[in-house]
Design a protein. Structure first.
Length: 291
């Protein structure tokens, strides 16, 4: 049942499945349509036990749009109805504070962990940037197509030597003069160790979701792929002001866990699968939220 808001900036499509209302949002959830969305979805609450907002085709959302979702959460909770957000896009993740937990960020953390574990004399830092300012590295060809990618480089680039070509009396470019075999060997060991473990790891969890908002207990759920190598789950956790995972805990093979005393407001979570040899998949952060 399509329903367009002013100027077709946002279009809603509602499916009813028993006491669940599935609402597909298409377009932009911005200030001019926020009240219209609230009013339209608010009408679904009396006849629903569960409302699911599918944000797959939501291309943008501003603070007023987020405010409309918060108002819907309050109205739904008051009426005893649950509200869930699924398929969060990049802009929505930014507004919810989970933009630093995509697959590329997790790949960077994964490689750092391999370096810390297997390589001596290598201090690897995870920088929450797409690339150096004003630069586009080779990895952006992949990340632009939705394929995880990272760039590994020395902390301080020798900009005075970068670029091919020569200047009178000045040596520059990719020459053997500046090659550091020891540093290159350490980087290579880190990459080999990380990708070796990843190549042996089971398939990662799918449809990871987060619940427990408004409480001090966090609930996580996920769907396990049909991979016989999966023998357990690893739950990752860090404070919201941290860059690296600060805690990890193995649990039995399952598809949900409740973490008592852990607030989703102050902590960030992810889920990985593991095999009998300890090979872990990339951690996967929640892509749906139940309020």
């Amino acid at each position: 049942m399509p329903d367009a808001t002013p100027a077709s900036v946002l279009t809603l499509e509602v499916e009813h499945k028993g006491t669940t209302a599935l609402v597909h949002l298409h377009g932009k959830l911005v200030a001019e349509v926020a009240d219209g969305l609230y009013a339209r979805v608010r009408k679904l609450i009396p006849d629903s036990k569960r409302i699911v907002l599918d944000l797959t085709d939501l291309s943008n959302m501003d603070s007023m749009g987020l405010g409309a979702l918060v108002r819907l959460y309050v109205s739904a909770k008051t009426a005893g109805c649950s509200l869930e957000l699924i398929n969060l896009g990049k802009r929505v993740r930014e507004l919810l504070g989970t933009e630093n937990d995509g697959a590329s960020r997790e790949l960077a953390r994964y490689l750092k962990h391999a370096g810390d574990r297997f390589v001596e004399g290598l201090d690897c830092l995870v920088m929450l940037r797409r690339d150096r300012l004003g630069s586009d590295g080779e990895q952006t060809v992949f990340t632009g197509k939705g394929i995880p990618g990272v760039r590994v480089t020395e902390l301080v680039d020798p900009f005075e030597r970068l670029g091919q070509g020569t200047s009178p009396g000045k040596l520059s470019g990719d020459t053997a003069t500046f090659f550091d075999p020891g540093y290159c060997a350490r980087i290579t060991r880190m990459m080999v160790a990380g990708f070796r473990q990843l190549s042996y790891a089971p398939a990662g969890p799918q449809n990871v979701g987060l619940g427990g908002c408004g409480t001090n207990d966090t609930k996580l759920w996920w769907t396990l792929p049909e991979d016989p190598r999966i023998v357990g789950i690893v739950l990752y956790r860090r404070r919201a002001d941290g860059v690296l995972w600060q805690q990890n805990r193995g649990v039995a093979k399952s598809e949900s866990q409740v973490i008592p005393g852990a607030s989703a407001d102050t902590d960030v979570f992810a889920v990985a699968t593991v095999d009998t040899q300890g090979n872990e998949s990339l951690p996967v952060s929640p892509r749906s939220i139940a309020f």
